[in-house]
Design a protein around this ligand. Structure first.
Ligand code: 13P
Length: 253
């Protein structure tokens, strides 16, 4: 395994928390957070909380990022956020193509690819989200869907990026993919990445699992060969449970 695949553990707060919660969260997360921690940690708050989180995490090893960005660098796009605006707030990362944005905002595979390229243009690392729905899995279309989403997302070669595999049926449902099921899909994605990007890029690609990750199931998932971290929703809203997930991903916490 490539050395660049240091565990990467991210919390996606979605549309939760107010400024006071965000400040308290940062204080509690950083309390006792060892400098030698064996994982990269990222928080994805709402846009309105980015300044608070940037202040709360300043000087720590925890990074932050936006939950979305526009495909275009700037312009007349009311209500949208540009990559440059995220970079201006000290973001290192940005989520691209989360299934909730694909579902609720009609983000196409092609738009996700443009977002990832725009992110790189502004020095942000895209965390590209892909995943099949329950119907697609039942229909035996999982690999076909993931391949289509992946190829479109990386069409403009937005390296370095991380890939988050989030089966839609496991998000917010309490129904996690079993470690074996997740590993087999991650192994498929790594083979696919080798075909599309080459062996070296594939070997160094961090593939995160997302979907009902909790302190209780994180350890059994992270030991899988091709699972390099997590994108956590609900359990990432509380600094205690998020720390538990981080702690299970390697020594240091
Ligand atoms: P849950 O951990 O709440 O299932 O959410 C996963 C997710 O969508 C993270 O982006």
């Amino acid at each position: 395994m490539s050395e660049s695949r240091r565990p990467l553990i991210a919390a996606n707060w979605k549309m939760h928390h107010l400024r006071q919660d965000a400040s308290r969260y940062c204080r509690e997360l950083l309390r006792g957070f060892p400098p030698e921690i064996a994982a990269d940690v990222v928080i994805f708050p709402s846009f309105t909380l980015l300044v608070t989180v940037a202040e709360g995490l300043a000087g720590s090893s925890v990074a932050w990022g936006g939950q979305d960005l526009h495909t275009e660098p700037k312009g007349a796009f009311t209500g949208d956020i540009s990559g440059e605006q995220l970079a201006d707030l000290g973001c290192s990362w940005v989520l691209c193509g989360h299934s909730e944005r694909r579902r609720d905002h009609g983000e196409s595979d092609e738009a996700v690819g443009r977002k990832a390229a725009t992110a790189r243009h502004f020095g942000l690392k895209p965390m590209i989200c892909i995943g099949e729905t329950a119907e697609e899995r039942r229909a035996g279309a999982t690999q076909e869907v993931l391949e289509r989403q992946f190829r479109a997302a990386v069409a403009q070669r937005p390296e370095p990026f991380a890939l988050a595999y989030e089966p839609v049926w496991a998000i917010g449902t309490g129904e996690t993919a079993t470690p074996e099921m997740a590993q087999s899909t991650h192994a498929f994605l790594r083979t696919l990445a080798a075909r599309v990007l080459g062996e070296t890029a594939s070997d160094g690609l961090r593939i995160l699992y997302g979907g009902s990750v909790k302190p209780a199931n994180a350890a059994s998932l992270i030991v899988q060969k091709d699972i390099d971290g997590f994108l956590v929703g609900g359990a990432g809203l509380d600094p205690g449970s998020f720390s538990g997930i981080i702690g299970s991903s390697g020594p240091g916490l």
